[in-house]
Each structure stands twice: as structure tokens, then as C-alpha cells.
Design a protein around this ligand. Sequence first.
Ligand code: HAM
Length: 414
Amino acid sequence: MFQRLRGTRDFYPEEMAARNKVFKIIRETAERYGFVEIVSPAIESFDLIAKKSGEDIREEIYAFEDKGGRTICLIPEFTPSVSRMIANRQKELGKPLKWFSIPRHWRYERPQSGRLREFYQLNVDIFGSKSPKADTEVLSVGISIMLNLGLKDFLFHISNREFLHGLLQEYNVSDIHEAFRIIDKREKIPEEEFIESLLNCGIKNYDEILDVLDSVNIDNIENFKGRNKMMDRSIGNLLDISRYLDYYGFREYCTLDLSVVRGLAYYTGMVFEVYDKKKEMRSLFGGGRYDDLVESFGGEPTPAVGFGMGDVVLELMMKKEGVWPEEKTYIDYYIANIGDVDRHVLSIARKLRDKGYKVTFDLVDRNLSNQLKYADKINAKNVIFVGEKELKEGKILIKNMETGEQKKVEIGKI
Ligand code: HAM
């Protein structure tokens, strides 16, 4: 017997129903913020993804040659695709654009808790605004989603790459992107390996840099003003975001954490990661500002900010907090036949379905007792008995399976 591939999941009906309920809450929340849903293909040209994603993601791409000899890949993330969509149609699109999507992604990672090879990822992005209000809007929709899902044990760790960039420049670090990559790995690799990588990258005064990153908080960050333009700009941005979060009443869900860098190469300003408060699990979601990506795909300069939230850690966290929905699939009406009554069964099914009810009936010639067992198995709320005897009176019998109540109804009144 074939088994599913490692790192992938099957969703049986009840699991799918639970997931749909969660996605419905997510969709409705995004829509309340004025975001509209889009979809893009699951496959893209390899170059589009390889050009802009981080080095780590590049190594995990499922890429192959198609029959036309083109190298294509299953999308490991959505940001290059959505930026391509903007660049393709920028003249017609009125900015700012607030878009969301829940695509599936594929990454050849080692399957482990919170990380799979195929997963869903909610993407929420705003295109065409440089304002810290747009940064805050993206953070806030993320916070609202968490709250509407019933979650409380989470914290948004917010940073701005320009702060670290400016700080690294102060210490004459030349390969800024490599330095970002290493600092992003700080909590994921052993300390010795981390320090060795910093030294190899030419960062001799790494302890001073790390001291700054660890000691800055939202109340003392202004003390770092006046060192260079990048640091000043990032401080202004972070203070604005903090103020707006305050106006929204969301500041308690956020903390300033300058050690957050994000592994992806395209981020240019505010960046953030979301964790459970004790940081016991992998990151729930992450994102930030990427003002140059659309332009790098041939579009007009278009500032952008957004995030990606995977469903895997989300499910783990919701289960841990006891808020993952337990869904049971059901059917409104099972139509049981007694005798040769197909004409009536099908006509009743059509009428009820047209009214919006979920309806099914016997497809395998079962006797009445087995039909009732099946109705119970598929959680039928009501059973309609269509028998020759009642039909002679022009009636059918409806039984409410929860209360046991039965009533005869004129067939014409359905
Ligand atoms: P990312 O940090 O690569 O960012 O992924 C974002 C989230 O996707 C992670 O925090 C995690 O929840 C989920 N995720 C990533 N890899 C896996 C995996 N192998 N298994 C399960 N879940 C996973 C991005 O993808 C950016 N494109 C996000 C973004 C959108 N930035 C701006 N807009």
C-alpha cells in the first residue's frame, strides 16, 4: 500500500472541517481590515524564486525541469509571486493595495515539530505605502487574527533591519547581508559556532554589537539617536509603530527585540517574528518591510510590508491552548427509501438542496436498517422516510434524530 510522502499531511473530513473553520476566522479578520483575497499559481519559474529568496530557502526548493525544458519550482513562499503580480499589472492597480492569500508552500526541510515539507501559509501584504501606519496595520491584523482564534500566549518581537545595518556600519562590517544571516541564526546554532561565524565575517567587536542589541528597549532606544541616518530612521519608525500600536490598544502583545533579523534577503525596514511567550515553539509567523522587491522585478518603485503565517505551528499552539476546533461533519437530511420510490427520493433531494440543505440518500441498495445505521454514521440531523404506504396518502415521515420527534408532512409542502 502506498503511504503519503514524508512531511506532508492528509486531511480527512473532520480535520478539514476544523481547518476550514480556522481559515474562515482568518479570512473574515483580514477582510475586516480591508484586505482582499488573491491566488497565484503553485508553480513559478525557478529564477523568480531563486533570485530573491534567502539562501536557506533556495536550498529547500522543489525544482524540476518541465517537458519544455524550463526549470520551474513549487513555490516555497508567496512574496516573490505577489510582487511579480504587482509588477505585471501596476498601471491598473490603485495603491495602496491590501491583499491576502492562503497558498500552499513546499520546502524540502527536515520534517520536525512545526516544520513540514508542505504547509499552508497565510500571507497578508500592503503595497504602496511607506508609512509606519502600514507597518502597524500589518502587525495589527496579525494580532487580531491571533485574538479572534482565541489565542493569548503570543508575543510579537519587532525590530528594524536598518538599526542593525547602521550599527554594523559603525563597526565597519562590510558584508552586511552575511552578518544578518549569521545574527538571524543566533538562537538556532551553538554559541561557539555563532561567534566563530561572526569572527569569520570580520566582526571583531561582536560582543559590543550584541550588547547593544540585547540592551535596547522601547524606553531607551532614543538614546541611540544621532549615530547615523539609518539608525535614526529606524528609531523614528519603531517609535511611530509603538505609538500607533498604543492607539489600537495592541501594545501589550508586542516587544521591541532588535535581535530579530529574518532570514530572507529582501527585507529593508521593520521586521518581526511571532512566538509563544516562553519561546518553546518555532516561530508562528514572520514578516516585515520589503521596499525594493517589486522594482527588482521590473516594476515601479513600490514600498511593501507583510507577513507569512504557517498553519503548522498555529495548529500546535491552538491545540496547546485548547482552542483548536473539534468539528463533526454532518448532513441535514438523509432520505431513506422503503420500496421502489426513487422518483420521489430524487425529487425531494433536489428541492431540499435547492433550499440550501445538505442532503443525501442510499446509493448502494441497502435495506432500511442498514440505511439507518449509515445515516447515524454520517451524523444525519433528520431522516426522511419515503415509503409506499405514506406516499399513498401523499405524505412522507420526517424524524429529528436528536429529539426523536417524528412528523408526517405532505409531499407537496417540502
Ligand atoms: P518565512 O519566515 O520563511 O517567511 O515563513 C513564515 C512562516 O511560515 C513561518 O514563521 C512558519 O510559520 C511558516 N513556515 C515556514 N517554513 C515552514 C515549514 N517548513 N513548515 C511549516 N511552516 C513553515 C516567508 O515565507 C515570507 N515570504 C513571509 C512574508 C510575507 N514576508 C512578507 N510578506
